[in-house]
Design a protein around this ligand. Structure first.
Ligand code: FAD
Length: 393
């Protein structure tokens, strides 16, 4: 391989966090054209939003905040079309944002590793574009790594290298789905479906479905599957902390963000956001509770080929429900595998990050990590991180 391209800053990920950082790097005139590269694995603009299920609308999830500089383009998610799939609206807005601010994102480029090479950080990435589509699919959804060695071997994609002075990692969580382990999982003859694999409710018509999770995604799936699935059971590992209000409690949300910040600063694994905020009862949700749909059972104990089982505990007798599919709306973890050669992960399970900066390596920033993992946090991350880079240049 010839000697690598050299730039000042590489941003990995062109979702809300990466775009916000790129906007401020440009606005503060820290980068011109050639000294800055953005890489993204996905085929088009939209960050993780482009992969979300088609029935998800802006407003069905939480509020989606605007990117900095979006108002100058006359765009706002608050006034966006709520009848269209969120994935289309967000992809369209991000695409316009990229064009307007001339953020020439290189895609679909899958960053495989970042290594420490003296003064430089060496980013190695594969160009997924020349691959025939069947081969990309063999790699997993949009280039995610293989989950098991039984899957076909990965095709060789053209590999590139860039040496950078600074790295901004803005890779989100979508590519790193989390599914907790339960006994019998491997024996299940039905489908295990994670939130990131959910396409549409029709896929479950006439099936017995168990939805696992205590957050907005699980609730959304229950509402969508009502009347479509033959049997529908909701289970949650924690009792649902319903809020007696229609919108997210801002105080609760800031407490949850503070918990994330504290964990990030001490290098601990990040806690679940929903455990800190509670779940607001929109009118649709309140009606679902009222008619007995949104009543979560405690988590089952184990899984058999065609059902999930609660063992007898104290007063409660053993029970089971048939299952053709288990939908795991059990969240995500930060996608940081490609950073593992940098050894940033602490024994406590997380990466030590404060104000978006790695405390172990001043050249590395993690935008959208921990307290920044919301569209509002990701937008703010841009200014915060660009300012710190400015101070070091
Ligand atoms: P992403 O949007 O995930 O962008 C990361 C980008 O990095 C992707 O484009 C990906 O292709 C790329 N990437 C990842 N790994 C690599 C790699 N190795 N090489 C190259 N590229 C890579 N937040 C809200 O504020 N409001 C909401 O309503 C809301 N709804 C949500 C609904 C769901 C179902 C989920 C899962 C999350 C939701 N969130 C919401 C959280 C929200 O998605 C995020 O806070 C925000 O959009 C994430 O932006 P991001 O830029 O950090 O990550």
């Amino acid at each position: 391989m010839s000697s690598p391209e050299r730039v000042k800053i590489v941003v990995i990920g062109a979702g809300q966090a990466g775009l916000s950082v790129a906007y401020y790097l440009r606005r503060f005139e820290l980068v011109a054209g050639e000294d800055f590269v953005m890489l993204d694995r996905a085929p088009g603009p939209g960050g993780a939003w482009q992969h979300r299920w088609s029935s998800l609308r802006l407003g069905t999830a939480h509020r989606v905040n605007d990117l900095p500089g979006m108002s100058e383009l006359g765009l706002s998610f608050d006034t966006a079309d709520r009848t269209l799939p969120a994935r289309e609206v967000v992809a369209d807005y991000y695409g316009r944002f990229e064009r307007q601010y001339e953020l020439r994102v290189r895609r679909p480029m899958d960053v495989r590793s970042v290594t420490n090479e003296g003064p430089d950080l060496l980013v190695r990435y594969d160009d997924l574009s020349p691959q025939p589509i069947e081969e990309q699919q063999a790699r997993g959804f949009f280039g995610r790594r293989r989950k098991s060695f039984q899957e076909p071997p990965e095709p060789k994609a053209p590999r590139h290298e860039i040496a950078a002075q600074f790295l901004v990692n803005a890779t989100g969580t979508w590519g790193s789905p989390f599914v907790p382990y339960y006994p019998g999982m491997a024996d299940f003859a039905g489908r295990h479906v994670h939130t990131s694999d959910f396409a549409e409710a029709e896929d479950f018509r006439g099936k017995n479905v168990v939805v696992v999770g205590g957050g907005t995604s699980a609730i959304g799936f229950m509402l969508e599957l009502e009347g479509v699935a033959a049997g529908l059971t909701w289970v949650s590992r924690r009792p649902i902390d319903w809020l007696d209000r229609q919108e997210l409690d801002l105080e609760g949300a800031s407490a949850a963000v503070a918990m994330q910040d504290e964990a990030a600063r001490s290098g601990r694994a990040l806690p679940s956001i929903v455990s800190g905020t509670g779940v607001p009862k929109s009118r649709r949700i309140a009606a679902g509770i009222e008619r007995g749909l949104l009543v979560a059972r405690p988590m089952f104990d184990r899984i058999a080929a065609d059902r999930v089982i609660w063992d007898a505990h104290g007063e409660s007798p053993a029970d089971e429900v048939p299952a053709d599919a288990i939908i795991w709306a059990t969240g995500f973890r930060p996608e940081l595998r490609h950073l593992s050669p940098l050894r940033l992960r602490e024994k406590a399970g997380g990466v030590t990050v404060g104000q978006g900066a790695s405390w172990n390596d001043p050249r590395i920033f993690l935008a959208g990590y921990g307290p920044q993992a919301s569209t509002i946090g990701a937008s703010r991350a841009g200014r915060m991180i660009a300012r710190q880079i400015m101070a070091m240049l």
